[in-house]
Ligand binder design. Structure first.
Ligand SMILES: *Cc1c(COP(=O)(O)O)cnc(C)c1O
Length: 383
């Protein structure tokens, strides 16, 4: 009898080995609250590697999006455009500041926001566009940037999936006035929970530090830039402790290793699945010429919802944990009664037809082959 293979889970956080060592160092140094040595080291890492003007570690990407909404002075009556095929964080962050959320559709052949759909939603109340680079694949930044040029509309990049990914060779997160990253354990680089706010607009830098530190000028005070430490604006406790930052630093030191491995896994998936896709069984992720791949996620888009759901059940039955992704926010239990726009057919189709395959650093070549064989077998059996 064949030995039973252990199940292949969807995600497994990868530890480089140095995380606990750096956490212990932070403890030994006797400084474990925020904005210490490891926080500075991480922030410098991002500024140096990606040429960001100003980076602030946060407790999550959600935190960074909330900071973005405060920094952009969002208030009642302002409108903010974002994709419906999206995580809830950006919608919550801007809604909590009183914004009206206008949901845009995805492209017909990609989960990224459709610039044409954005164009139809822009009016004189539009304050920001919050885009997502889905699966780390760049949105068409030329189209989106030209749309806001000469207007007062801010571009915010939710780059939660997009570390080490670029548009025309430039790192994602360097195009918007603001950009956010996530180090949640499901992302490429992790710290349990964790995030980053990137401030590219020089006019927003000073205030970003204040909002980060509960509305006080504490960061400037500790640098010796001001004599008093006072309440000067609104804010919250957005900064993570040094325990989180020290963990993150170990990951960042190994970013090359992590990325090489993830990109190899992605390429292997593509090779194994291309023939079945060529026969029309499903669509593989499309990567436009202007975008580079960062091995964040591997997904298929099935021809119809029934096939997608049956494929998930089939894989789960074989101990392979494949999952669906976003449910469109405009149709969500919380929002559908508030939604006044049109149907968003591409977002709706993706939520029903997209399937994500197991993806993590320690996924072996054999695991990838097993997953792909099961996918291919499913379509063979269906004929
Ligand atoms: C993961 C994710 C978030 C939330 O990140 P947290 O760090 O968990 O707050 C936001 N937006 C997108 C697109 C994400 O994938």
């Amino acid at each position: 009898m064949k030995r039973k293979r252990p199940p292949i889970r969807f995600n497994k956080p990868y530890l480089t080995g140095k995380e606990s060592y750096y956490m212990f160092q932070a403890i030994e140094m006797g400084k474990i609250s925020g904005n210490g040595e490891f926080t500075q080291k991480c922030q410098q890492f991002f500024n140096k590697r990606y040429g960001f003007r100003h980076s602030l570690l946060t407790n999550s990407c959600t935190d960074a999006l909330e900071m973005a909404a405060i920094l952009l002075n969002i208030r009642e009556g302002d409108e903010v455009i974002m994709p419906s095929f999206n995580f809830v964080s950006a919608a919550n962050a801007f809604l909590m500041r009183g914004a009206k959320i206008r949901f845009a559709d995805s492209l017909p052949d990609h989960p990224n926001i459709d610039p044409e759909s954005v164009r139809t939603l822009i009016n004189n109340r539009t304050k920001a566009i919050v885009l997502v680079h889905y699966a780390g694949v760049a949105c068409d930044m030329d189209a989106l940037q030209s749309m806001v040029e000469g207007t007062r509309i801010a571009l915010v990049e939710d780059t939660a999936h997009g570390i080490e990914a670029g548009f025309k060779g430039k790192q994602l997160g360097s195009f918007g006035s603001l950009a956010t990253f996530s180090f949640h354990e499901t992302k490429n680089i992790i710290s349990g929970e964790g995030g980053l706010l990137v401030v590219n607009d020089p006019e927003l830098v000073g205030r970003s530090e204040i909002i980060w530190e509960k509305g006080t000028n504490r960061a400037a005070f500790f640098r010796g830039d001001t004599e008093k430490y006072e309440w000067v604006d609104i804010g919250s406790s957005f900064l993570p402790s040094e325990l989180t930052a020290s963990f993150l630093y170990a990951q960042l030191e190994n970013i090359g290793l992590i990325q090489d491995k993830r990109c190899r896994i992605w390429e292997l998936y593509r090779e194994h699945l291309q023939p079945c896709s060529d026969k029309g069984c499903f669509d593989l992720p499309r990567i436009p010429d202007y975008a580079s791949n960062n091995g964040h996620m591997f997904y298929l888009v099935c021809q119809d919802p029934e096939t997608r759901n049956e494929l998930i059940d089939y894989l789960v039955g074989k101990g392979i944990h494949a999952v669906f992704h976003y449910l469109p926010l405009h149709n969500s239990p919380f929002f559908h009664n508030r939604y006044e726009g049109k149907g968003l057919p591409n977002a709706e189709r993706l939520s029903e037809c997209l399937l994500r395959l197991p993806f993590y650093f320690e996924l072996s070549e054999i695991d990838v082959a097993v997953v792909c064989e099961a996918v291919n077998q499913f379509f063979k059996e269906r004929g």
